[in-house]
Design a protein around this ligand. Sequence first.
Ligand SMILES: O=C(O)C(=O)C[C@]1(C(=O)O)C=C[C@@H](O)C=C1
Length: 114
Amino acid sequence: MTVITDASADRSSASGPEADRTAGLDATGARTPEAAGVITDARRRIDELDDRIIGLIQERMAVSAVIQQARIASGGRRVNLSRENEILSHYRDALGKSGTTLAMTLLELCRGKI
Ligand SMILES: O=C(O)C(=O)C[C@]1(C(=O)O)C=C[C@@H](O)C=C1
């Protein structure tokens, strides 16, 4: 494992990419090439997961729109609060308090602000 020495870290007082390189810093914030490799690989996986999550959210929005349109066309309301409470509980049970926040954001994306 390569460890960045104090002597090289001291050069980080300069600025710019060259200073970062000589200080052993890169966009990952790692202090060793090994750690930088782990972080770069893991970030690639996160980017792929985020793309899939975004795609799933877009799919959810489309399905939600079908439900809302059917309900409104039948004379009902856009929003169904008892169903929303089920969804909020589902996310809270799975992810905790922040899960509720996430579900609220998803619902807002799907049916707009209420
Ligand atoms: O399940 C419904 O009845 C929907 O309209 C879908 C949905 C949702 O996106 O999950 C959207 C609006 C409602 O207030 C409740 C839930």
